[in-house]
Ligand binder design. Structure first.
Ligand SMILES: [Zn+2]
Length: 255
């Protein structure tokens, strides 16, 4: 049997049979990994508590015929503890996990940068120092940059003419100059674009000085851009404000 070890964040857990779970992780070296954790639904399992969503873990796997099997887990950061009791942080963290899951479609494809972004966003949400929606939007903008979907913010998305430009089109890929502006473009205040630029580049003092209305408008544009790129709406994104705090139950795939 061949063993390997990696560090990752638990994105999702699904029931498998009577006592087992399939754990989906985004890892440092092996991209997205789906692996079986055996016996974790028994109350006596020590492994079970360590492989819950939001956990940052060091894992040993052995290569199975269909799915790999988790043999050892060490907790690096139990981010869940600082997240699950705060409604806003919890819903933001769920969007982080789901976006990472959607963006790392291919299992085994290396996604080191995305793994770092996920761990960083969960750390910031668990730590509670920064506003949860700013942390989420910064994550989404950087995750889009990882996927090659960075919106144009400081120049025209079509001709590259330096801005800032008044018009913004999700379909065109961001800011657009008066010449390139497609019909139906939005016209966010410059403050909204400067907030998006600050979040994408990590200039937190500018981001934290932004007004509530700029934050709302920037969140709307970020969500629209992400949805455009993911082609279909993320399940959890429209629910950020109103989702009940409940165990994140996997629904998309069955074992
Ligand atoms: Zn242009």
């Amino acid at each position: 049997m061949s063993l390997y070890r990696d560090t990752g964040v638990v994105l999702r857990v699904q029931k498998l049979g009577e006592a087992d779970r399939i754990i989906t992780l985004i890892t440092q070296k092996h991209g997205k990994v789906r692996a079986v954790a055996k016996g974790v639904r028994r109350t006596t399992s020590r492994l079970g508590a360590r492989v819950e969503p939001f956990a940052h873990v060091d894992v040993q796997f052995y290569t199975g015929r269909t799915l790999d099997v988790i043999t050892q887990v060490q907790t690096l950061d139990a981010f869940g503890a600082g997240i699950v009791n705060d409604y806003q942080r919890y819903t933001a963290a769920c969007v982080v996990l789901e976006t990472a899951d959607r963006m790392s479609a291919e299992e085994g494809e290396p996604v080191f940068r995305l793994y770092l972004l996920v761990a960083g966003a969960l750390r910031a949400l668990a730590d509670g120092q920064r506003d949860a929606s700013l942390v989420l939007d910064a994550f989404l903008l950087r995750a889009m940059a990882f996927a090659g979907w960075s919106p144009a913010i400081t120049e025209c998305a079509r001709c590259g003419d330096p801005g800032p430009h008044r018009a913004f089109s999700v379909h065109a890929g961001g800011s657009v100059c008066p010449k390139c502006k497609p019909p139906g473009s939005a016209s966010p205040p410059f403050e909204v674009l400067s907030l998006m630029d600050a979040l994408a580049t990590g200039v937190w003092d500018i981001a934290e000085r932004s007004t509530e209305s700029s934050r709302r408008e920037a969140s709307g544009l970020v969500a629209a851009l992400l949805q455009w790129h993911l082609e279909r709406q993320l399940r959890s994104l429209p629910l950020v404000e109103r989702r009940r705090v409940e165990e994140r139950t996997p629904a998309r795939e069955s074992p």
